[in-house]
Design a protein around this ligand. Sequence first.
Ligand SMILES: CC(C)(COP(=O)(O)OP(=O)(O)OC[C@H]1O[C@@H](n2cnc3c(N)ncnc32)[C@H](O)[C@@H]1OP(=O)(O)O)[C@@H](O)C(=O)NCCC(=O)NCCS
Length: 149
Amino acid sequence: MDKFTLRPAREADFSAIRTLVRSTKINPTGLKWQQFIIAESPGEKMIACGQVKTHLDGSTEIASIAVQPENRGQGMARVIIEKLMLNASRPLYLMCRFELGKLYEKFGFYAVQAEDMPPYFRRISRLASLVDLLAREGTTLLVMRCDER
Ligand SMILES: CC(C)(COP(=O)(O)OP(=O)(O)OC[C@H]1O[C@@H](n2cnc3c(N)ncnc32)[C@H](O)[C@@H]1OP(=O)(O)O)[C@@H](O)C(=O)NCCC(=O)NCCS
């Protein structure tokens, strides 16, 4: 892994965060720079980002984990996820494509069924299934939970 600095995002990072998140086609909503941490190269290029969101029902979500394509496979997502998990309350939730379930299992997350989801996640996953059905993309969305510290 090349050298990098991990730090809370600043307002000036917002544009780079939005560009990276949009380019990876993950959920582009709810991007509050105040909730993000970023990893940046010595040249101050943003390498990776992620945030923890708190929803109106009180549930907490780790979200917007994204790494620049040229920096993937070097443990950058792990660094971001571990740092966010250090300060986040439990239970901690996330939403991801089915294929990424294996990645998050490495951090103690497990998939939960609709009846065990907080209201926010139940609503969003119902909506996502509907959108997916309409788009016929065939992807499945997982809601996962972590209780461990
Ligand atoms: C998914 C993503 C964040 C992974 O970033 P990364 O920096 O390459 O991941 P890391 O190198 O830190 O990998 C951490 C661990 O997860 C595993 N992993 C990485 N990508 C994986 C994948 N697509 N499927 C399953 N496991 C994966 C790695 O093998 C590694 O395991 P290890 O620590 O036991 O060796 C990155 O590919 C990305 O930005 N994708 C586009 C955005 C996205 O889909 N974000 C996830 C939103 S839920």
